[in-house]
Write a new protein. Structure first.
Length: 160
């Protein structure tokens, strides 16, 4: 799909994130000389067309006091992983949850859920809650704690 000049301007104006103001689409529109409504409409079209996958806020958990962040990994019965994954993803302590293929024999886990806590004990308590929810569908698990803050970045467009 060909990007228009407007698409390129819009992507360039938003690739570092939306402005942290009460009316971010209007602020982006002002930067590129269009209305906030036009910004909203085009971003919605880009979502519908699959040019962008989502528009969302990415909180900095560390600055919010959540210093123990762990990716919980689970070996869940394949016939139940989708149903249980949806339930786990709805838990307040889980920021994202997804299914991935196993890489046997080294990696038996097929369900991943990122949990945030103020301490490792809090993360462990959240993992215990998930384990209870999984019940006998869970055959094993682990917690992979974050050891570094990784910069999350959205869509980038080159200047050429």
């Amino acid at each position: 799909m060909q990007l228009t000049d407007f698409d390129r301007e819009l992507i360039a104006a938003t690739q570092s994130g939306l402005p942290l103001v009460s009316r971010p689409y209007e602020a982006v529109g002002a930067m590129i000389g269009v209305s906030g409504e036009k910004v909203r409409e085009r971003l919605a079209q880009m979502l519908d067309e699959g040019l962008i996958r989502r528009i969302g806020a990415v909180p900095n958990h560390y600055r919010l006091g959540y210093l123990a962040n762990g990716m919980t990994v689970w070996d869940v019965a394949d016939e139940r992983v989708d149903e249980l994954g949806e339930r786990i993803g709805a838990l307040p302590a889980v920021s994202h949850c997804y299914r991935r293929p196993r890489e046997l024999p080294l990696w038996p886990y097929n369900l991943f859920a990122m949990v945030h806590g103020r301490s490792r004990d809090e993360v462990q308590q959240q993992a215990d809650t998930i384990r209870q929810l999984l019940g006998d569908a869970c055959r094993g698990s682990d917690i992979l704690y974050s050891s570094a803050i990784l910069k999350k970045a959205g869509l980038r467009i080159s200047e050429s």
